[in-house]
Design a protein around this ligand. Sequence first.
Ligand code: HEM
Length: 396
Amino acid sequence: MITPELPQLPFPRRDVLDIAPLYRTLQDTAPISPVRTPAGDVAWLVTRHAEAKALFADPRLGRSHPNPSQAARISGAALLGGPIGDPATEVADHSRMRRLLTPAFSARRMHALEAHVADMVEDLLDQLAERTPPADLHEALSFPLPVLVICELLGVPYADRDRFRVWSSGAAGLTDRAAASAALGKLVAYMHELIARKRVEPGEDVISDLIAAQNQSHYGDQQMAGLAAGLLFAGHETTVARIDYGTLLLLTYPDQRDALCHDPALVDSAVEEILRMAAPSGGGLPRYARADIDIAGVTIRTGDAVLLAGAAANRDPAAFPDPDRFDITRNPNPHLAFGHGPRFCIGASLARLELHAVFAALPQRFPSLELTVPLDQLELRTDLLTGGVTALSVTW
Ligand code: HEM
């Protein structure tokens, strides 16, 4: 690609709830457009719903690259900043990973967790109610809940949370790749130890299940530790940011908050709308073309990097009438917040369960909740892969 002046990611945006206006321009003029990544390389950015959905499911795109040192990098992130895996075995490795992990999120297990998650939310809200306002909802609810839940699911002692909080957000760091790799290494080492302990003393948890399935899966301990660290990471900051965003959206659109208060049955569609609108970070995860792909008037060449901009696709007017309107009754709502196709988020049902528990309880318990800081003064974290806000000061 010849690349004089390409749009530079991350694109500027007006406030944390808005998506970058440049996404809309690209949707209209160049829905699959070359852009400059934060790492300074060139990638194709896909902004329309139809093409993003098609490419999410396209087997000609993968995470690996035949010449990783030549591959365009997206960022300095230790995780997902560039290619991963071996092109020769990627498809088989991926289906083995899904086979091993999918049972951990079975409908039965999720159902068993449901009442427990609702209790965790009640406890956190009780503790919040005891504070004198203002308080930081991020610290009081959005952060602890997904950590409690993932600890419970994986069988990680909650007492260790402060240690892996540092590693998990360290591993999501975009600015210092060596520091991010070191943090990820610590998270994996921690999981390694935990696996050794669970081998001796198994529990009712996913890590114990993974150990039990280890012989069939042919995973070594190091690979298992990587998998467990990946789950802890994938299931944690992503959900934290959606709780913050859901709260921000409901507080910014009081008519929608009141509607949810009056009709709690709207919580399911409210959660889907929160997932659609939440855009805590600009980026998508990198994919690389395994073959030439002709789509929407462009040819993506073998080896090119491709970013599927879910945040833009989720506000594509061709898929969502009045796309910037937060409408908790929106139906249908075919958002791509969890991706689509073979890599569809494994933890989607868990994330939905957590968001459901939060937004069923929060508006009822705190009907007078308000932000103490105007929206345009909230800053997004651009130094983390997962984005999001660092604090959410509220009063009631
Ligand atoms: C609201 C919270 C969440 C959001 C928005 C989210 C989003 C996503 C997205 C968009 C993908 C697909 C990435 C791609 O195709 O490039 C994905 C994959 C994945 N997610 Fe989530 N996720 C969330 C919560 C979770 C949770 C709670 C877990 C587990 C505890 C989890 C585990 C995973 C895993 C393991 C994958 C990789 C699937 C694969 O490559 O086949 N996620 N997630």
